[in-house]
Design a protein around this ligand. Structure first.
Ligand code: C2O
Ligand code: CU
Length: 463
């Protein structure tokens, strides 16, 4: 049986659980300030010490930001952290100047400083916001939160709950976050993996439900590097959206949902477990599994199961009619442990692997390490681009494109659903297509944040 209170450090391969009071997170009046600050919170279960996190509003995750589709998101970001920071609105196709990428779209906001963010929420769906300066450290310390854009007509569900999944690397004795953010082994291997798994910053997320309730679950992978693979038990339903973008036809929830860092799914699921039981989401293998969210079933069942849902209203589709004359781009990933990257260009000069390692750099895109003065591609506004992404490493990566969503082409060339983050496993190669329809300088990087910090970061310019 699954232990609902196990930790990754307690037994090899096993793990923990977590949650958020799924009641009442809908922010009413928009808070004008978004204050990033240090705070001690009960991240671990009660019999453990408090943990000092860096959080928006002092919470980790930060409080939910929720607006109606078409409204503007307006927040005065106030930095009370000991480090410079900036805020990125992951997945929003908004104005470049508001994208929050320090060093590319703005200067990082110094400690004590502030920055007025004001951006359009064009698309309805499940997004998130997080630090985009030294993010391998700052996101791991807690600087992220949910960003929900509501459809004009709320879909027919009984509950709407966001599940932000994360893993933390904490010392169980002191309760403190390990500050080894630049550990070379993490940078060069699978990134910073935590030893305590949470949902919404809590160890044991529980949401009481009734049989036949229909839930909308917005699942966000906010971890630095962990790939979550989730199964369902006692709930059943449809996958409605990937990375904030509705699918045209709701798909039955697959047996396993794989979520790379930065990725999201929206599910509509009905509670099929009986009264007195618990429906579960998590890694539900008999051994080495953990529960990510539990849904105790009580009270009188809601009448009966609803009919299958209609699709969510589509967001604006990018214009891919120029696909036949698309600009062709290529992104070849190399490096990492066991990758045999002997040399690469960094800061304009060729460096040996040894020299790169001394500076904590392990990965390259097309032989170039980290941000370069010239972008990976410069595309005229409206140009359709087709990119081959080759993972010539032995690790998975999660490539996130800012400002525009792309489609992954199936083997037969059929364009798949819109996504903003591509999960690519070792040795895989993918074709993605997108319309360069949003002007500006857009970051394009691995969302395994340790990888982004050690070379997997580039940008695309749309003019
Ligand atoms: Cu979620 Cu470049 O970020
Ligand atoms: Cu990566």
């Amino acid at each position: 049986m699954l232990s609902r209170r196990s930790f990754l450090w307690a037994s090899s391969g096993a793990a923990a659980v977590a949650a958020l009071p799924a009641t009442a997170i809908r922010a009413q009046a928009a808070a004008p300030e978004l204050v990033a600050r240090e705070n001690a919170v009960q991240l671990l279960p009660l019999d453990y010490p408090e943990t000092t996190v860096w959080g928006y509003g002092g919470q980790a995750p930060g409080r939910e930001i929720r607006v109606a589709q078409g409204d503007r998101i307006q927040r005065r970001f106030v930095n009370r952290l000991p480090q410079a920071s900036s805020v990125h609105w992951h997945g929003l196709r908004a104005e470049n100047a508001m994208d929050g990428v320090s060093g590319l779209t703005q200067e990082a906001v110094r400690p004590g400083g502030s920055f007025a963010y004001d951006l359009a929420a064009e698309d309805a769906g499940t997004f998130w916001y997080h630090s985009h300066n030294r993010s391998a450290e700052q996101v791991a310390r807690g600087l992220y939160g949910p960003l929900i854009v509501d459809e004009p007509t709320p879909p027919d569900v009984d509950r709407d709950a966001t599940l932000m999944l994360d893993d933390w690397r904490v010392d169980p004795e002191t309760g403190q976050i390990a500050d080894d953010f630049g550990a070379l082994h993490d940078l060069s291997h699978g990134g910073r993996q935590g030893n305590f798994i949470s949902t919404n910053g809590e160890a044991a997320y529980r949401l009481p439900v009734k049989r036949n309730d229909r839930l909308r679950l917005r699942i966000v992978n906010a971890a630095n590097a962990r790939l979550f693979t989730l199964g369902l038990q006692g709930l059943d339903g449809w996958l409605m959206a990937y990375d904030g973008m509705p699918v045209a036809i709701p798909e039955p929830v697959p047996e396993t949902i794989a979520l790379g860092p930065g990725q999201r799914v929206d599910l509509f699921v009905d509670i099929t477990a009986d009264e007195g039981q618990e429906a579960l989401i998590g890694r539900l293998e008999q051994s080495g599994g953990f529960v990510q969210a539990a849904f105790p079933v009580s009270g009188n069942a809601s009448a009966s199961r609803r009919p299958p849902p209609a699709p969510l209203p589509p967001n604006r589709a990018p214009d891919l009619t120029g696909l036949a004359e698309a600009a062709t781009l290529r992104l070849e990933m190399s490096g990492g442990a066991m990758g045999g990257m002997s040399e690469a260009i960094w800061k304009g000069a060729s460096r040996t692997a040894g020299e790169l390692m001394e500076d904590g750099q392990f990965w390259a895109f097309n032989g170039l390490v980290g941000m370069t003065e010239t972008p990976l591609a410069r595309l005229p506004l409206g140009q359709v681009a087709r990119m081959t992404v080759v993972n010539d490493t032995v690790f998975p990566h999660a490539m996130h494109l800012h400002g525009m969503h792309f489609r992954i082409l199936a083997e037969d060339g059929t364009p798949g659903p819109l996504r903003d983050t591509l999960l690519t496993l070792r040795g895989e190669s993918h074709e993605i297509v997108f319309a360069a329809d949003n002007p500006g300088r857009w970051a394009f990087h691995c969302h395994m944040l340790s990888h982004a910090a050690s070379g997997m970061m580039t940008w695309i310019e749309v003019t």
